[in-house]
Design a protein around this ligand. Structure first.
Ligand code: G1P
Length: 292
């Protein structure tokens, strides 16, 4: 079955990014000049997704406004003859068919995904987490979709992490099938390094079979007292087939301050309008700091 729908959980409180997130949804924090959630939507659209559901919560209205039309701003730009900016606004509001539903309480990622049940119905669907941004030749989600086409079973995007980092992620217990493809035996959410079954860490991209909803409906709170998607996927992996794909591309954890800074620098260096000046600024800065 073709993957047509994507779910983007965006109801988190953004505690790791206070004070910026006190009045601004963390998904709206820009990398260079573009909110992080716009990169995620672009990846879904570039992968061929048609309908997108964003799971929001209280105080997330700026996300809806961002993907909506802004009549007053458009009029202003039209009057001033700023056609480039006007076209940019149109591209944003026309990106995809976006739907919204609210998660009423912060009860965890599993619960957030469960809020998508009616939107998804009875077909396999994609989940993209907003803290993970991937720069790659083939969009990350498209890589997962291509494997799904072949295996017709749940596919989870992973990358290897150093042993010291396994406790930040969901980790796969899996056996290799071929280069970069693993068959999943089990999953564990944020294990202690000595208990981790591998270093294959879940990186915020999933194609999931709809049977997960019946499981999520009865999943009890797990790590951190939250209803974990990883726990529901464990149960789904039990009787059925599930795969891990080591996707190609550079992934940034933009929910982490250092990851965010790295993304900002590298995205700016990849921008033709900024790269030249920004690179020489960085080089001068490094020379100054070294005292030469
Ligand atoms: C979530 C998932 C975890 C995954 C991670 C990727 O955790 O629960 O399995 O590895 O996203 O970013 P969170 O970072 O929301 O705590």
């Amino acid at each position: 079955m073709r993957i047509r729908k994507a779910v983007i959980p965006a109801a988190g409180l953004g505690v790791r990014f206070l004070p910026a997130t006190k009045a601004l949804p963390k998904e709206m924090i820009p990398i260079v000049d573009t909110p992080t959630i716009q990169y995620i939507i672009q990846e879904a659209v570039d992968s061929g997704i048609e309908d997108i559901l964003i799971i929001t919560g209280r105080d997330k209205k700026p996300i809806e406004d961002h993907f909506d039309k802004s009549v007053a701003l458009e009029e202003h730009l039209k009057e001033k003859g700023k056609t480039g900016e006007l076209e940019m606004l149109h591209r944003i509001s026309d990106m995809a068919q976006i739907f919204y539903v609210r998660q009423q309480e912060p009860r965890g990622l599993g619960h957030a995904v469960y809020c998508a049940r009616r939107f998804v119905g009875d077909e396999p669907f994609a989940v993209l987490l907003g803290d993970d941004i991937v720069r790659s030749e083939v969009p990350c989600l498209k890589q997962l979709m291509d494997l799904y086409d072949e295996v017709q079973a749940t596919v989870i995007g992973v990358q290897e992490v150093p042993p010291a980092d396994v406790s930040k992620y969901g980790i796969l217990d899996a056996e290799p099938v071929r280069e970069n493809v693993y068959r999943v035996r089990d999953l564990v959410e944020k294990p202690a390094p000595e208990e981790a079954p591998s270093r294959l860490a879940i990186m915020g991209r999933y194609i999931i079979e709809p049977a997960v909803f019946d499981i999520l409906a009865r999943t009890k709170p797990g790590a951190g007292g939250e209803i974990q998607l990883t726990d529901a996927l464990r149960e789904l992996a039990g009787p059925g087939e599930m795969y891990g794909l080591v996707f190609q591309g550079r992934r940034y954890d933009v929910g982490d301050k250092l990851g965010y800074l790295k993304a900002t620098v590298e995205f700016a260096l990849a921008r033709p309008d900024l790269a030249g000046q920004f690179r020489s600024y960085l080089e001068t800065l490094v020379r100054e700091r070294r005292g030469s």
